[in-house]
Design a protein around this ligand. Structure first.
Ligand code: 6GU
Length: 251
């Protein structure tokens, strides 16, 4: 069982993603728990203030340190978590999330996620509360909530039992290091467009070879950078060389 403890000023944003699909089933099965905590519950003033003007001036607002510290301390104490429990701040300044980070996080029993908002959070939160900072890519979102949901989804589906063995994450792009091969389903001829004969042949060795080669072809076309860090067999390399030769001839 893995437990995510999320601090956010918009807990409602998590409702439908968590109540539908794979994550909902995983929570019902007791494989995953997502506990939402409203940062405003850890304020003490009448207006439940979570942000303030930046010292020194500048645009936008800064998330105040006190509600974030109190919120994280509350979670750590009430859940009997070690003070070193991974505590991730979602921020566009973090290290860029990828499948390897998702795999590492999926080994944890608990993880605290702080969703940043406004222009950012007080630097003392980064320095003395947070153990890790994660971004989901080079673009700016209105807040860390959507990014946190991306991380929860990617991590949860790596927990054993969350995804059925048929759809095993072992075969996913970014686990194999290649993009997925093209997929077809019935009907075999749709509006005159045919599925490849080999997939209907029942010849398993041929099908596996076709799938591998089409994955290589697609990765070479779309994400050649991924081929640098992927394990390739001599057959794979020969096939890629042929593809590159073909391309040169076509140019
Ligand atoms: Cl984690 N937060 C925000 N606000 N924007 C982002 C992001 C996170 N990751 C990419 N863009």
């Amino acid at each position: 069982m893995m437990r995510f403890h999320v601090l956010t000023i918009f807990p409602g944003m998590f409702d439908s993603p968590l109540s539908l699909s794979i994550i909902a089933r995983a929570q019902k099965q007791g494989l995953v728990e997502v506990n939402l905590h409203n940062i405003r519950d850890f304020t003490h003033d009448r207006h439940n203030t979570v942000d303030d003007y930046p010292f020194g001036g500048g645009p936008g607002m800064v998330m105040k340190p006190d509600p974030l510290f109190e919120g994280v301390e509350h979670v750590r104490e009430s859940e009997s978590l070690d003070e070193n429990v991974p505590t991730v701040l979602m921020t566009p300044q973090g290290r860029q999330f990828n499948q390897r980070i998702a795999e590492d996080l999926s080994d944890l029993s608990d993880m605290v996620i702080i969703c940043g908002r406004y222009e950012g959070v007080d630097e003392r939160v980064r320095q003395n509360l947070v153990t890790d900072e994660i971004s989901i890519g080079d673009y700016v979102l209105g807040g860390g909530e959507l990014a946190a949901m991306v991380v929860i989804d990617a991590v949860a589906r790596l927990i054993p039992g969350v995804v059925g063995s048929a759809e095993s994450p072992a075969n996913d792009s970014h686990t194999t290091g290649l993009l997925q091969h093209p997929l077809y389903t019935r009907p075999s001829v749709f509006r005159g467009m045919e599925a490849p004969d080999v997939l209907l042949s029942g010849h398993h060795a041929e099908i596996t070879k076709w799938q591998r080669w089409e994955a290589l072809r697609r990765t070479l076309e779309r994400r050649p950078d991924m081929l640098e860090s992927t394990e390739l067999s001599p057959d794979d390399r020969r096939f890629l060389d042929e593809l590159r030769d073909e391309r040169e001839r076509d140019d």
